[in-house]
Ligand binder design. Structure first.
Ligand code: SF4
Length: 325
């Protein structure tokens, strides 16, 4: 089948002697080959925890998958041995993080760093290795002759391109990018996103793009999942999310808080209130303390997923008759 990754009813906690943080609370999602999924939500929504679960890089002894399944191709990520997982990581799934500097070594040239990744996973002679390094640099829009330069000689946007080149050097089937452009200014952000979009089409890599900004993923993603307090509260195709009429009240709040380049004077309308305490989540709908549409039953009854074709909304405002237009 075309299915590359499927997550079913995943629950993840962070457990210490003092408290239990319920970070991911029963999410399900699927990604097909070549597809890009945007995972959107505020800090603390469970986006990064989801990514770390797929990579099986949850903080040791604290982060635990307590229920659910993650299947990557035919591999069950939740049960595979650590040795097999190490091979999958880097070879079949790569991840890039928000701050490129944390992934780059200041004392090695960028060519050496990209070379290291290739060396780990591919058996190439010196000459072919140099060729591959140059090819990767050009792929991300950096002139090949800059391979002998050090990270500090590159701008923020260029550094992030180097990191992307490293992540793609082993031809992964899935690339997970956690807020890859947040540290960059808006124009550079757009350039890097355009480039990622182009690369995805060229290489047919599947991608998970994690962001707090619903605007960022509109061009790049085939599918979008919006997370709140460890749940996916709305998901669908890009069309469902960006052109559909019905939305979860939280999604509407996210739309209202997209920074706009054109409306310079427009004030952002951030959603009032804060993400709930993950050690003590609200009853009923987890968004109810912040929801402008909150009804009595929202405080006690958990909303179910209302499914309409590809569009799913978890909210009592909708039922299977009136959801999603
Ligand atoms: Fe708001 Fe109720 Fe819908 Fe939750 S279920 S988002 S509280 S209307």
């Amino acid at each position: 089948s075309d299915k590359l990754l499927s997550i079913k009813d995943l629950y993840v906690i962070y457990e210490t002697d003092e408290e239990t943080v319920k970070a991911v609370n029963g999410i399900s999602l699927e990604i097909n080959k070549g597809e890009t999924l945007g995972i959107v939500g505020e800090t603390g929504a469970g986006k990064t925890t989801t990514a770390l679960s797929i990579m099986r890089l949850l903080p040791k002894d604290i982060g635990k998958i307590i229920d659910g399944r993650i299947k990557f191709d035919e591999v069950d990520i939740t049960t595979v041995t650590e040795a097999d997982m190490r091979q999958i990581r880097g070879e079949r799934i790569s991840m890039i993080f928000q701050d490129p500097m944390t992934s780059l070594n200041p004392v090695l040239t960028i060519g050496e760093q990209i070379g290291e990744v290739i060396e780990l996973h591919k058996n190439l002679n010196k000459e072919n290795m140099q060729k591959k390094v140059e090819e990767m640099l050009e792929l991300v829009g950096i002139p090949a002759q800059r391979k002998n330069e050090y990270p500090h000689q590159f701008s923020g946007g260029m550094k992030q391109r180097v990191v992307i080149a490293m992540a793609l050097a082993c031809d992964p089937e899935l690339l997970i990018a956690d807020e890859p452009t947040t540290a960059l200014d808006v124009t550079i952000q757009a350039q890097v996103l355009d480039m990622m979009d182009e690369l995805k089409q060229k290489l047919n890599t599947s991608m998970i793009l994690i962001t707090h900004d619903l605007g960022v993923v509109s061009q790049t993603c085939d599918k979008v999942a919006i997370m709140y307090a460890g749940e996916i509260i709305e998901s669908g195709t890009a069309e469902d999310i960006y052109e559909g009429e019905n939305h979860h009240p939280y999604t509407i709040g996210l739309f209202d808080s997209i920074p706009s380049l054109t409306k310079e004077t427009a004030r952002l309308s951030p959603i009032e209130g804060l993400m709930p305490d993950p050690t003590d989540l609200p009853t009923g709908c987890k968004f109810h303390p912040r929801c402008p549409k909150c009804m009595e039953k929202c405080k006690t009854e958990k909303p179910k997923d209302i499914v309409n074709g590809t569009h799913i909304i978890k909210c009592h405002l909708y039922n299977s008759q009136n959801c999603c237009g």
